[in-house]
Design a protein around this ligand. Structure first.
Ligand code: FES
Length: 205
């Protein structure tokens, strides 16, 4: 049941009691709150599985999604699909966070340890690359928000956008380059307005 995580990369793990087996009949799903996180836990034909309850698209509760016998979880809001065993996105865009689990007696425990900063940063940057390649502007906006929440340099996204796009210039400029300096100025003039800062970053790319 336990997913593979490299202990030496993570340090001390944060295991929390999730639910008792008696509360989770085969085929059922429960929403459990663990130290402020909403976790959806499923009793599937493949075993117990747990993931973030919030869909990474627009936050619909995945405990109200549909689970197929082969462990594909469908968000019923916009039909995104996830492999519940791995968190891989099968239709849509962003990955779903799944959690390592462990059976202790008749209780299920969950490891809610966050991955090290560098691994989370790299995952966001990789996803931004995919979003640029797909011209998926809503996904770009979500990944920028994740980058900011991570505490990374928000201007990394501008560097990434330039690095991704400069070789395409022979095919024409986008309006983003022309407006970038003004958006950065607006960003710097509104350092306490988190929403506006996010808009500035998204519009810059
Ligand atoms: S909120 Fe889940 S697919 Fe849109």
């Amino acid at each position: 049941m336990t997913h593979a995580l490299k202990q030496d990369e993570i340090g001390e793990r944060n295991w929390q009691r999730l639910i008792s087996l008696a509360e989770l009949e085969p085929g059922s799903v429960k929403l459990v709150r663990v130290t402020g996180k909403q976790i959806a836990v499923f009793n599937t034909p493949d075993g117990i599985r747990a993931c973030d309850n919030r869909c990474p698209h627009e936050g619909y509760p995945l405990s109200e999604g549909s689970l197929s016998p082969d462990c594909v979880l469908t968000c019923n809001w916009h039909n995104w699909k996830f492999n519940l065993n791995t968190g891989d996105n099968l239709l849509g865009g962003d990955r779903l966070r799944t959690y390592p689990l462990e059976l202790r007696g008749d209780e299920v425990w969950v490891d809610i340890t966050d991955l090290p900063y560098q691994q989370r940063y790299t995952a966001v940057i990789d996803s931004l690359h995919d979003a640029f390649d797909d011209y998926s502007y809503d996904r770009i906006a979500r990944e920028i928000a994740r980058l900011v929440r991570l505490g990374a340099d928000p201007f990394d996204v501008l560097r990434l956008a330039i690095d991704w796009s400069w070789q395409k210039m022979e095919f024409g400029w986008t309006h983003a380059y022309a407006g970038m300096a003004d958006w950065i100025t607006l960003y710097q003039e509104n350092r306490r307005n988190e929403e506006l800062k996010l808009v500035c970053l998204v519009e810059s790319v």
